[in-house]
Design a protein around this ligand. Structure first.
Ligand code: NAD
Length: 260
């Protein structure tokens, strides 16, 4: 149902972003994927997306902590496909440390990538969406856009900011057929989660099993990880006509985490 539409998903060489790209391609959208990783593996994913969609798939390796690179990525997408109709701001990183020991470069990186990049992609995508009088802006926020956890100050700050930004965009774009929403997962088993286990073990003096059961899944009442495919299914729903009146919302997919 997305034939003729173009989707750009930031941070989509891995994890949740790649699941979004696959779901959108399966519905016939052109897709632009972005992120870092092994060149051959990324090219294989890109080719697979193109085959699945029967439309176009491009890869942009731009670093979204830099505004000129975000501008270049958005310009390339517009040149290739005429403009971005579905924007999914998903690129994000995490760092786990107490506030007083939080590395300054990590704070700046997380605010730049998890929050400011979404402002830049959105401001650059909106004119085309307004012209078309159709658009979908979807953020991968997090349960941490609604509640906090210790040792994740930059991430919690960025994600709360992203939720506020999204509500503002929803209001500004409301009469243009454009919706803006957050999807807020609890713990999804991806490299981002796997990579924070060693630091959490250090910060809390725990074993790997303790971190998984007593930290990661402690707040997730279902005691199961969310899957990337479950998150992507919500994005697809938000792209459809049935979701045309859902805007400014923050949709939790967190196994009940934020209910408690
Ligand atoms: P991931 O590490 O698998 O993927 C992150 C992606 O971002 C990768 O494609 C990576 O190459 C890309 N990236 C990193 N730095 C970049 C940069 N400077 N410029 C462009 N791309 C960059 O992580 P994930 O778990 O799939 O996370 C995706 C999003 O979901 C993040 O915003 C994260 O905060 C959010 N999220 C994840 C979970 C979870 O449990 N995994 C839960 C809630 C929210």
């Amino acid at each position: 149902f997305l034939t003729g539409k173009t989707a750009l998903v930031t941070g989509s060489t891995s994890g949740i972003g790649l699941a979004y790209a696959k779901a959108l391609a399966a519905e016939g959208a052109n897709v632009v994927i972005n992120g870092f990783g092994d060149a051959a593996a990324i090219e294989a994913e890109r080719a697979g997306l193109e085959q699945a969609s029967g439309a176009g798939a491009r890869y942009s390796g731009h670093d979204l902590t830099k505004v000129d690179q975000i501008e270049a990525m958005m310009a390339e997408a517009a040149d290739a496909f005429g403009g971005v109709d579905i924007l999914i701001n998903n690129a994000g990183v995490q760092h786990v440390a107490p506030v007083e020991a939080f590395p300054l470069d990590k704070w700046d990186l997380i605010i730049a990538l998890n929050l400011t990049a979404a402002f830049h992609t959105t401001r650059l995508a909106l004119p085309h969406m307004k012209e078309r009088r159709w658009g979908r802006i979807i953020q991968t926020a997090s349960a941490h856009s609604l509640v906090a956890s210790p040792f994740k100050s930059a991430y919690v700050t960025a994600k709360h900011g992203l939720a506020g930004f999204t509500k503002t965009v929803a209001l500004e774009a409301a009469t243009f057929g454009i919706t803006a929403n957050c999807i807020s997962p609890g713990y999804v088993w991806t490299p981002l989660v796997e990579n924070q286990i060693p630091d959490t073990m250090k910060a809390r003096g725990m074993t790997r099993e303790q971190v998984i059961n007593d930290v990661l899944l402690a707040g997730q009442p279902t005691k199961e990880f969310v899957t990337a495919e479950q998150v992507a299914a919500i994005a697809l729903f938000l792209c459809g006509d049935a979701a045309a009146q859902i805007t400014g919302a923050n949709l939790s997919v967190d196994g009940g985490w934020t209910a408690g």
